[in-house]
Design a protein around this ligand. Structure first.
Ligand code: GDP
Ligand code: IMO
Ligand code: MG
Length: 426
């Protein structure tokens, strides 16, 4: 009985999708526990590219159970689109390999409208740069206890009553505050039921299913979405998402005991990226930043936005290691740094006139820190063909060792490209 976790150790897009797909072979069950269709997890298999938003990245493997836990906010239209899209590509998806928690909170059209309208109304620097997928408003409803859950979709009276109650307040806001059109409850319910009908066969008490599978000795892999620095509690608030991508989210979003969790893998790129707004102490100027962006293909998998690029922030990474009790680091995209002669890593911040190794998680305060860098030698050669750790040049090994020494966590695997075979065990 054991479970392992894969979570993002930066601001998202660390390559979790590739790693979960790769690891899935060794597991029986793959579970998403938080976030929603704001996630974009890319899996490359030969010439084929798949981007998962809500589906666990284990779905491409046969005979695996994939579970969407109740901590996820479920955009039914997006999920139905994903399922049908994969089915058209010959991937079998049925209740035999996918189950969705009956208690998952539903993202409805008014959540997306409010998400976008709220962002538009914010002044320049105050914008979060959300994905517009309704994540914040859907979690808000969950926490103020007016949310609609998947189970409600199949009780017409409850559903209509809940949507009517919600719209009373939201229509007022939409019309009078955001200058938008009001929505009709009956229409919202009708549209939602259309998608819910397609998802009904997948609905289950996943809490019980998951714990029973664990009792039977099945191996479970948890797939984090977003990244630790986007965590609502531990991230760079308010420039964060509205869920807990950190370790606690595994328990609250799935219902599995913390005692069963063995390995906690933190996925980090060999450099830093961020999509959307918010502080980013090691962000590079446009010239070098765009070189890395092009070499790394750093464009959002969900929104297509250009990702901001910078040097690896070890102060932030160490914070994430300690916060999540990471057992291992998996370093991705080190191949991208081959274009550089010298590589910098941030080892300290200057904060309030003091040199410190303590991360500053407050979003506004983090804007005030100045990074202190250590320069490390680049390797200048292609790493994408490396298949064993010993294939790596000395300078690349020194870069990895520096990360290990700084964080005190072993870099157990290194990824040198998007494909399944581009991975090395350290
Ligand atoms: P996720 O959200 O954490 O799953 O990451 P994304 O899929 O949003 O972004 C990671 C991108 O990097 C994807 O396009 C992957 O195909 C790609 N990728 C993953 N690992 C590597 C790697 O080691 N090297 C390179 N060059 N690309 C990678
Ligand atoms: P994956 O799982 C990178 C960012 C948004 C924005 C902030 C809040 O692919 O790593 P939200 O729509 O969640 O309210 O937006 O969080 N964000 C991500 N950035 N990767 C993601 O997911 C993200 N999901 C949300 O850009 O800054
Ligand atoms: Mg992504």
């Amino acid at each position: 009985m054991s479970a392992d976790v894969i979570l993002g150790a930066q601001w998202g897009d660390e390559g979790k999708g590739k790693i979960v797909d790769l690891f899935s072979e060794q597991y029986d069950v793959i579970v998403r526990y938080q976030g929603g269709a704001n996630a974009g997890h890319t899996v490359i298999v030969g010439k084929d590219k798949y981007v998962m938003h809500l589906l666990p990245s284990g779905v491409l493997h046969k005979n695996k159970m994939n579970i969407i836990g109740h901590g996820v906010v479920l955009d039914m239209e997006s999920l139905v689109g994903e399922i049908e899209g994969l089915q058209k590509r010959g991937i079998s998806i049925s209740p035999r390999n996918l189950l969705i928690s009956e208690n998952a909170s539903i993202v409805l059209p008014y959540h997306k409208l409010i998400d976008k309208a709220k962002e538009e109304k914010k002044k320049g620097g105050k914008k979060i740069g959300t994905t517009g997928r309704g994540i914040g408003p859907a979690y808000t409803d969950k926490y103020v206890r007016i949310g609609v859950r998947l189970r409600d979709m199949f009780n017409n009276e409850t559903l209509l009553a809940k949507i009517e109650e919600n719209l009373e307040e939201k229509n007022f806001l939409l019309k009078n505050f955001y200058g938008q059109k009001e929505l009709a409850a009956a229409q919202v319910a009708k549209e939602a039921k259309k998608f819910a009908k397609k998802l009904k066969p997948y609905m289950a008490n996943t809490l019980s299913v998951l714990n029973n599978l664990l009792k039977k000795g099945k191996k479970v892999l948890f797939e984090g979405a977003q990244g630790a620095l986007l965590d609502i509690d531990f991230g760079t608030y308010p420039y964060v998402t509205s869920s807990n991508p950190t370790i606690g989210g595994v328990m609250t979003g799935s219902g599995v005991s913390h005692r069963l969790i063995k390995k906690v893998w933190g996925i980090t790129k060999a450099y830093q990226t961020r999509v959307g707004n918010g502080p980013f102490p090691t962000e590079l100027d446009e010239e070098l930043g765009s070189k890395i962006r092009e070499a790394g293909g750093e464009y959002g998998a969900t929104t297509g936005r250009a990702r901001r690029c910078g040097w690896l922030d070890l102060v932030a990474l160490k914070y994430v290691c300690e916060l999540n009790g990471l057992s291992d680091i998996l370093l991705t995209k080190i191949d991208v740094l081959s274009i550089l002669k010298d590589i910098k890593v941030c080892t300290h911040y200057i904060y309030k006139g003091r040199k410190t190794q303590d991360f500053v998680s407050d979003g506004e305060e983090l804007y005030t820190v100045k990074p202190v860098y250590k320069s490390l030698k680049g390797w200048g050669s292609d790493l994408t063909k490396a298949r064993k750790y010993s294939d790596l040049p000395k300078a690349a090994k020194a870069y990895i060792k520096f990360i290990e020494d700084y964080t005190g966590v072993k870099v157990s695997m290194v990824s040198v490209g998007p494909e399944r075979d581009q991975i090395l065990k350290a």
